[in-house]
Write a protein that binds this ligand. Structure first.
Ligand code: HPA
Ligand code: ZN
Length: 338
């Protein structure tokens, strides 16, 4: 590691775009499959990894939903979360706002509580044992209809004091944010924050819709917003946080080379990007690895790295005074390492 990539690894940071089901490593897939009696169409970890050659988002989603089928018990979800937290604690991560996909599990017959209680147990353990805080974001699957999203919100009713917000993920193209305007309004009425994947593969119009129809507090990805100058101006003037995922964009062929990734341009345009892993077990690295590889590919400066790390806290849903304490910890880290 160079001095700069080492500096990036140690920087206090938050992760704001992480699908916990996407942290399922092939080794765990076999372990959970074995203990739950769920058969897998693979014989070895190498075979699984060899299948992770994706041409687009849908190629990935097909295998990701299949992998999630080994998660059956609260303990599975707790273990999954703890394994993730242990890895990112070593990457300087102090806070995580993690996505989960309840419909992936309730549609297999698991009660809503299995994933929710298991994850909440892992989150409490991570805070106690690792000092990493976290909150939960419930994502609606956009390839399903809005009634199914409403049903999921109803299932979550008794958990809403432990869920910070709702999100929108899965197959983007053909499933615009407008499809979910009513359920996002209902979530807003319940005091939940709102985020949505937009502009990962979908056009800039989807980012406009996420802003104007879903009233989002953050945009997940947002890469294709750069195709629309008026949209860039809007995002910049609102100080809208973008949760950018470099290795995900590379693996899903949004960029052909990390050197062509738009992160640096986002910073130059006055936007507010953050660096995140998305689905680290599938895309080749956790948040620290995303920082390392994008720093080298785009020759990011020390100041760029500090800005990205600060954005991750000021763009989080932490109370402002807590976010400010994390920003102060970044300043202390910079002083101690200069
Ligand atoms: N994009 C959209 N939906 C997802 C993703 C992603 O990268 N990962 C898990 N669900
Ligand atoms: Zn995502």
């Amino acid at each position: 590691m160079t001095d700069l990539t080492q500096f990036a690894r140690g920087l206090p940071k938050a992760e704001l775009h992480l699908h916990i089901e996407g942290s399922l490593e092939p080794e765990q897939m076999f372990e959970f499959g074995r203990r739950n009696g769920v058969a897998l169409p693979f014989r070895t970890v190498e075979e699984v990894r060899a299948a992770y050659a994706f041409g687009n988002l849908q190629d990935f989603l097909d295998i990701y939903y299949q992998g999630a089928g080994v998660l059956m018990t609260e303990d599975d979800f707790r273990d999954l979360a703890m394994a993730y937290f242990r890895r990112v604690a070593a990457d300087g991560c102090r806070h995580v706002e993690l996505f989960f996909d309840p419909q992936t599990h309730t549609d297999r017959g698991l009660p809503f509580s299995v994933a929710a209680d298991g994850l909440l147990a892992g989150m409490a353990e991570a805070e106690r044992d690792l000092g990493v805080t976290s909150s939960l974001i419930l994502c609606f699957l956009r390839h399903l209809d809005e009634d199914a999203a409403f049903a999921t919100l109803r299932m979550a009713e008794s958990y809403l004091d432990r869920i910070v917000g709702v999100g929108l993920d899965s197959s983007e193209v053909g499933h615009p944010p407008s499809k979910f305007a009513r359920v996002f309004a209902a979530a807003g009425e319940r005091g939940l924050k709102r985020v949505a994947h937009a502009g990962e593969e979908g056009p800039p119009e989807y980012v406009w819709e996420a802003l104007d129809l879903l009233h989002v507090d953050r945009i997940d990805h947002g890469n294709r917003a750069l195709e629309d100058d008026r949209l860039v101006a809007r995002l910049a003037s609102e100080g809208m946080t973008l949760t950018v995922c470099p290795l995900s964009n590379l693996k899903l062929c949004g960029v052909s080379d990390l050197k062509l990734h738009p992160l640096k341009r986002m910073l130059e345009l006055g936007l507010k990007p953050t660096v995140n892993s998305d689905d680290p077990a599938y895309f080749g690295g956790y948040v620290g690895e995303n920082f390392t590889q994008i720093t080298e590919a785009l020759s990011l400066s020390r100041d760029d790295l500090v800005t990205l790390a600060k954005n991750s806290f000021t763009g989080s849903f932490l109370p402002p005074e807590v976010a400010e304490r994390h920003v102060a910890a970044i300043d202390a880290y910079v002083s101690a390492n200069s």
